[in-house]
Design a protein around this ligand. Structure first.
Ligand SMILES: [Zn+2]
Length: 272
């Protein structure tokens, strides 16, 4: 790369932006596997390891060599492929510090604010507890990419299994605060079902109506509905809109704290 005279930070970001490539594919029933590849160094990370076979197939298809597995949380449908992949590729396994004991073959544990390198790419760790107590997300700021596991889904969010609704709401707000253009990769293809539920909360939300049409098209063409973006989710995902007065009113919670409104929406979705 030619030397440049003292570029400012924005210029550096523009020059170096987007060396990452991603490759998305289905695993198990409705899990997503995704590879992140640094074109400069050749390093490649799998975000979670739902199942070794589809990840090996994706590596063969792309010609990329697996260097890292970045784990978001301990559930078996995100970790079941680790042992076989590590045995084959000798890759590094990075996992959330607060639940690393439940994850096989961990090499490095990380928590809030830690940097994780994938070749020349750098992710920041965001702790997003609620679905599990130690759940984390990986945010590649210069790539405008975030891998959010089972915390945020397109037009939905994960079940609150190990945490409280308040905890999950704070985690969702942390993700909502990322730059609007950030592309969001989540752990599951649940979008259509999420939209059916969301329309019971906000039937007149124009962004949601547009998203429903887009997702129906994508599904009809056998395309994934992700990545989504933070801006798109802010406009249409009821779980990120618990502090919008109209949403609170729609679920009979006018004037209540956002975390309580969120808890009500999550409870309704559990029964939907
Ligand atoms: Zn999970």
């Amino acid at each position: 790369m030619p030397a440049k005279a003292a570029p400012d930070i924005n210029e550096t970001r523009r020059d170096c932006a987007m060396p990452a490539k991603t490759h998305l594919f289905l695993c198990l029933q409705d899990n997503y596997g995704v590879l992140v590849h640094d074109t400069a160094s050749g390093a490649t990370a799998a975000i979670d390891a739902p199942e070794a076979g589809p990840i090996e197939a994706a590596l063969n298809k792309t010609g990329w060599k697996l260097s890292d597995i970045l784990v978001t949380h301990h559930h078996g449908d995100h970790t079941g492929g680790i042992a076989a992949l590590k045995d084959h590729h000798r890759c590094r396994v990075v996992a959330p510090r607060n639940e690393a004991a439940k994850i096989p073959l961990v090499d490095e544990t990380v928590g809030e604010g830690d940097a994780v390198k994938v070749g020349g790419l750098s992710a920041r760790v965001l702790e997003t507890p609620g679905h599990t107590a130690g759940h984390i997300a990986y945010w590649f700021a210069s790539e405008a990419l975030a891998f959010v596991g089972d915390t945020l889904f397109s037009i939905g969010c994960g079940r609150v299994i190990e945490g409280t609704p308040e905890m999950m709401w704070r985690s969702l707000v942390k993700l909502r605060d990322l730059p609007g253009e950030t592309r969001i990769y989540c752990g599951h293809e649940y979008t259509q079902a999420n939209i059916r539920f969301a329309q019971t909360v906000e039937p007149d939300n124009l962004a949601l109506i547009a998203r429903a049409a887009e997702a129906a098209d994508q599904t009809a063409q056998h395309k994934p509905t992700i990545p989504t973006t933070i801006d798109s989710e802010k406009a249409a995902n009821p779980f990120l809109r618990a502090d919008v007065a109209e949403v609170a009113e729609a679920v009979g919670m006018a004037g209540k704290a956002a975390a309580q409104v969120f808890a009500e929406i999550r409870a309704r979705k559990n029964k939907f």
